[in-house]
Design a protein around this ligand. Structure first.
Ligand code: AMP
Length: 285
């Protein structure tokens, strides 16, 4: 695997392979099997796979979360080698933000301001900024994102449509631990007791799914979720039944089978998210 910390030599390397299709997998490192699934998809569909590892400061609205974000570069490198990734791009802040950004994104409408956008103000503006930079640096034909970050997936799709990037986006289903916990780099920070309580997220989603499929209204499902999380000892931020395209809450009269369930909760000091389609056959694959 070739590794680059700087943009210029990466571009020079990629320009030597003009006829090869490039798949980009943007990550923040602390790689797990969820990330590796994205790498596998990219390898299957492209001649060259580029994985970026960069903990992007502009998408963190919480300084302690940024500081404590797990950084495991040597282990990551090894995993990427074993997965057959072709290129690693691991820039530092000087390389990505040589100057303080004067250009920022500001999404209009609920897509970037509801749910994650409401609880992490400015988060998606930072995501869009770094993803746009990576797209311009790597110029991939395809880019791979996990549906674990479902709202991010929609926001990146919007970014590509608005800015006319000629890049096909591929959404990869959530990879879970054997007990159902969605894999996440932040899971590394959970104590053993918190690791048990972290299961409440998927349990809560399954509870809501069951209720909705048995005729409960979205309002009833939200109430069940709030009660469940308070008794499970996790601090619920939101548990929503939403339209999978607009992310607006489904109203009482909508068919809940068309909805997606999204949850965010704090387990101790660690904030986790997860999601589940009410009708799982409707999930993108
Ligand atoms: P991150 O390093 O957390 O920014 O994640 C990098 C990419 O991997 C994002 O597109 C995530 O949505 C995706 N990802 C993270 N965890 C998972 C998972 N458990 N299953 C599928 N994709 C994931």
């Amino acid at each position: 695997m070739d590794a680059f910390k700087e943009i210029r030599p990466l571009r020079a390397y990629l320009s030597k392979h003009p006829n090869r299709s490039i798949g980009l997998v943007p990550t923040m490192g602390a790689l797990h099997n969820g990330h590796l699934r994205l790498i596998g998809r990219s390898k299957a569909e492209n001649d060259l796979t580029v994985c970026s590892i960069y903990v992007n400061p502009t998408q963190f609205n919480n300084a302690s979360d940024l500081e404590k974000y797990p950084r495991t570069m040597e282990a990551d490198r090894k995993k990427l080698e074993e997965a057959g990734c072709d290129v690693l791009f691991c820039p530092d802040n000087n390389e990505m933000y040589a100057e303080d950004p004067t250009l920022t994104f500001q999404f209009k409408g609920p897509l970037a301001t509801t749910l994650e956008g409401a609880f992490r103000p400015g988060h998606f503006n930072g995501v869009a900024l770094v993803v746009a930079k990576l797209f311009n640096i790597v110029c991939p034909q395809r880019a791979y994102f996990g549906l674990k970050d479902y709202q991010q997936w929609l926001v990146v799709n919007q970014l590509v449509r608005d800015l006319k990037f000629d890049i096909a986006l591929c959404g990869v289903p959530i990879v879970r631990e054997a007990d159902g916990l969605a894999m996440s780099s932040r899971n590394l920070r959970l104590s053993s007791d918190e690791r048990v309580r972290a299961l409440s997220l998927i349990q809560c989603l399954r509870l809501m799914q069951g209720k909705l499929l048995n005729g409960a209204t979205p309002g009833q499902a939200r109430k069940e979720a709030a009660d469940f999380c308070s008794s499970a000892g996790v601090k619920l931020e939101y548990a929503e039944v939403a339209d999978p395209v607009t992310l607006l809450p489904l109203d009482q009269n909508a068919d809940p089978r068309k909805g997606i369930l999204l949850i965010a909760a704090q387990v101790g000091a660690i904030r986790l998210i997860d999601n589940l389609f009410v009708d799982e056959t409707q999930a993108p694959n």
